[in-house]
Write a protein that binds this ligand. Structure first.
Ligand SMILES: Nc1nc2c(ncn2[C@@H]2O[C@H](COP(=O)(O)OP(=O)(O)OP(=O)(O)O)[C@@H](O)[C@H]2O)c(=O)[nH]1
Ligand SMILES: [Mg+2]
Length: 450
């Protein structure tokens, strides 16, 4: 993967649409575009037009016209990649957009790898690593809250806090290292206290960010919620209610649902992966037995169980057995069919999938579980991913060791070492220290053309 190459890819999703956009980026972007573009009435070559202008014309390959397009010319550095860029807007067909791409490749560009445009934006300093990851988060966001947090990360909310913590560490390190050159002089006690206080502030800041990792995981991958219960309790009705569409088959026949069914709903902005399951009972036929086996698997894999009970029938010995079998998993009992039955008034949520009563309360309850029952300390807009959590946890541990070292008066060179370890770990979040392997992992998860 040569950073000197000029790269190209279709930036829009495959399929039919009004438009498709082929993005070309690199030092030769303008001359590549020029080679496969015939301007309309004016005919000024693309490499001679002013930056940030749009030009009507045709993409050609040899003598053949491939499509009628609008070419947007964007000169470095005010572009996504900070390189010269041409965006060719063509007709949004699978075949036509591919043929335009082929014409661009024939004119001297190389097909971009997944995430290569964003990788260049990072390498050229347009985005830091946390912001580059936010681009992928934003593209993949399926709920409003996920999108909001991704956008905040793209705008640099997380990066700002990371820089704050890292700057504090670098300042302490500078003091300690200055004293390393004068081994006979100890750090003044008052300065020592000040430096220790700075370290503690930085540690608190990092701990606050770390507390958002639960939320970050849920926002990126969704909370897995299995809907379980006896046959006919209204599990599939509940799935449909929470999704807001008739996804699962609902009938008065016990044993309607045979296979598990998985759909992602947005509940108060949280992505919730709902799994409808077959009702658990004895004496079922072969198909249903397999369904029940899958129900148990789904329950095992879920982070939250909604145990649906038909309130008109009440809690039965079979519910006891099911509850016992499901064990320690977090469970919310949903007393369904409250329109025809009165729940015994114990804990849980009372609802009617028929009338919709109580569904809002259930949504609140699910959202509370998704939030992990706590407010994020670093502010609503930050929710870190697994890579950030790993780096910050290492950073926090090194900071704790450094603070302990300050208090017990260990040699300054050891102290400096711990602070450097902490600063490096914290800096990993924004890519201050990023290996090629790490960048490969991060950017290969991007879609083509991004
Ligand atoms: N009165 C009333 N009926 C309901 C309610 N919720 C579901 N039902 C009815 O109960 C029956 C069973 O509903 P389902 O959603 O198929 O129940 P299930 O738990 O998925 O059943 P299985 O898939 O067979 O295990 C259907 O006839 C529904 O219309 C409710 O809140 N009130
Ligand atoms: Mg069902």
């Amino acid at each position: 993967m040569n950073p000197a190459d000029t790269i190209a890819a279709i930036a829009t999703p495959p399929g039919e649409g009004g438009l498709a956009v082929i993005r070309i980026s690199g030092a030769a972007a303008l001359s590549v575009a020029n080679r496969c573009f015939r301007g309309g009435s004016r005919g000024i070559p693309l490499d001679q037009v002013p930056s940030h202008t749009v030009h009507h014309g045709w993409i050609i390959r040899g003598e053949a016209v491939v499509d009628e397009v609008l070419a947007t010319v964007l000169r470095a550095p005010r572009t996504y990649t900070r390189e010269d860029t041409v965006e060719v807007g063509c007709h949004g067909g699978v075949l036509v957009s591919r043929r335009v791409l082929e014409a661009v490749l024939a004119a001297g560009a190389r097909l971009a790898e997944p995430g290569e445009f964003t990788r260049r934006a990072f390498v050229n300093g347009r985005l830091d690593l946390a912001q580059a990851e936010a681009v992928a988060d934003l593209i993949h966001a399926r709920t409003e809250r996920s999108a909001r947090v991704a956008l905040a990360q793209l705008q640099g909310h997380l990066s700002g806090k990371i820089h704050e913590a890292r700057d504090a560490l670098m300042l302490v390190l500078a003091h300690v290292e200055a004293h390393l050159d004068f081994p006979d002089e100890d750090i003044e006690p008052s300065t020592g206290r000040l430096l220790a206080a700075r370290m503690r502030d930085a540690l608190e800041l990092v701990r606050g960010i770390l507390r958002t990792s639960h939320e970050g995981r849920i926002l990126r991958t969704g909370l897995r919620v299995a809907i379980v219960g006896l046959p006919n309790a209204g599990k599939s009705s509940l799935l449909n209610r929470l999704l807001g569409e008739d996804r699962a088959i609902v009938t008065p026949v016990a044993g309607t649902t045979r296979d598990t069914l998985e759909e992602t709903a947005s509940v108060r902005g949280w992505p919730i992966v709902l799994v409808d399951t077959a009702g658990v009972r004895e004496g079922a036929d072969e198909v249903e037995v397999e369904g029940i086996r899958r129900a148990r698997l789904a329950a095992e894999r879920a982070e939250l169980l909604l145990h649906v009970v038909d309130a008109s029938r009440g809690w039965t010995a079979d519910d006891d057995a099911l509850r016992a079998e499901l064990g320690a998993a977090r469970t919310v009992v949903v007393w369904n069919k409250s329109d025809i039955g009165v729940p015994p008034g114990t804990d849980g949520v009372t609802a009617s999938c028929l009338s919709g009563d109580g569904i809002d309360a259930l949504r609140d309850r699910i959202a509370m579980e998704a939030a992990g029952g706590r407010e994020s300390a670093a502010g609503d807009e930050i929710a870190i991913g697994a890579r950030h959590r790993d780096a910050l946890a290492r950073g926090a541990a090194a900071m704790e060791r450094a603070i302990a070292a300050m208090e017990s008066g260990v040699p300054l060179d050891l102290l400096a070492l711990e602070i450097r370890v902490a600063a490096n770990a914290v800096g990993e979040v924004v890519g201050k220290t990023a290996t090629d392997d790490l960048l490969d992992t991060i950017f290969s998860a991007f879609c083509l053309g991004k």
